[in-house]
Design a protein around this ligand. Structure first.
Ligand code: HEM
Ligand code: HEM
Length: 228
């Protein structure tokens, strides 16, 4: 089977679900673990998953449970057949996404915490700390999102599964909320002091970022700490 033929066997719209591993093609159509051609909400059929199995909690033995349907024709050292291999190895060494995400996660939380302290006890320095934290968190979010998208591309072939849709959608929402809050605070520096509908909106934005960013992180944790 050629790679372009394999690509069509993605298990969608009633087609068969085939996966390739180390030059062999396997039929996973009947497996409940590959329903609709999607495995553990992150891998999709119709692909060569040779490099990806290393990230799984199981080894090659699972392939004995499904039937082999032939060889992948151009599975030899075809130039450009898997141009991402080197990037994948580099990604696993540097893991930029798990590194970068701590900044927005921690700093958005700090921003909400400082705003909470300000609302409870007053003190302009707490409000200012909250705003500066909000600004910094907003600056650190795009690198985290880009690193995540890079991993999505290099490690998951941009599989459009629920986890990634949640993460991408959540990232857009977080950035929109943070930009709106920064904008409001810039045009109305006294906004956190209350007294208007806009003030309530500002508080809702800063506190609303937290559940959204935790939702994204929860979906990320599902990728790195899979349950069975
Ligand atoms: C991080 C990614 C992965 C996770 C979390 C994962 C998880 C699992 C789990 C929990 C099972 C069921 C095990 C059992 O019944 O004892 C399973 C089965 C299986 N996995 Fe994965 N897996 C991953 C990646 C892969 C990859 C990359 C491949 C392909 C090379 C693969 C191929 C299979 C196959 C063929 C089965 C057996 C299906 C069956 O028994 O019907 N998995 N996987
Ligand atoms: C502000 C936005 C984001 C946050 C806070 C976030 C958070 C996280 C967290 C906490 C993990 C688990 C890390 C670990 O267990 O060490 C993770 C993993 C992951 N996330 Fe995100 N994420 C974000 C955006 C994205 C986006 C937009 C994508 C791509 C669509 C993405 C793709 C991934 C992938 C592929 C992993 C698995 C680990 C890896 O490949 O490095 N993330 N994320």
């Amino acid at each position: 089977m050629r790679r372009d033929e394999l690509k069509e066997k993605d298990g969608k719209d009633g087609s068969k679900a085939y996966i390739a591993y180390k030059g062999k093609v396997y039929d996973v159509t009947g497996s409940p673990k590959w329903a609709g051609g999607v495995h553990m909400a992150r891998h999709t059929a119709g692909r060569d998953l040779s490099d990806t199995l290393k990230m799984a909690p199981h080894g090659e033995e699972v392939l004995e449970r499904v039937s082999s349907v032939g060889q992948l024709e151009d599975s030899g050292p075809v130039p450009g057949a898997d141009s991402k291999h080197a990037l994948r190895l580099l990604y696993r060494k540097l893991h930029p996404h798990p590194l970068a995400i701590h900044f927005p996660l921690g700093i958005f939380t700090f921003s909400a915490l400082m705003l909470g302290v300000f609302l409870l006890f007053g003190g302009p320095s707490f409000e200012l700390a909250s705003f500066y934290a909000l600004l910094s968190a907003l600056v650190f979010t795009p690198p985290a999102v880009l690193a995540g998208m890079f991993s999505w591309w290099v490690n998951y072939d941009m599989a459009s599964t629920r986890i990634f849709i949640n993460k991408l959608g959540g990232s857009v929402v977080v950035m929109a909320l943070a930009m709106a809050a920064v904008f409001l605070r810039l045009i109305r520096p006294e906004i956190a002091y209350g007294g208007s509908g806009l003030s309530t909106l500002y508080l809702a934005l800063v506190f609303g970022i937290l559940p959204t960013v935790f939702f994204i992180a929860y979906n990320g944790g599902k990728l790195t700490w899979p349950d069975s």
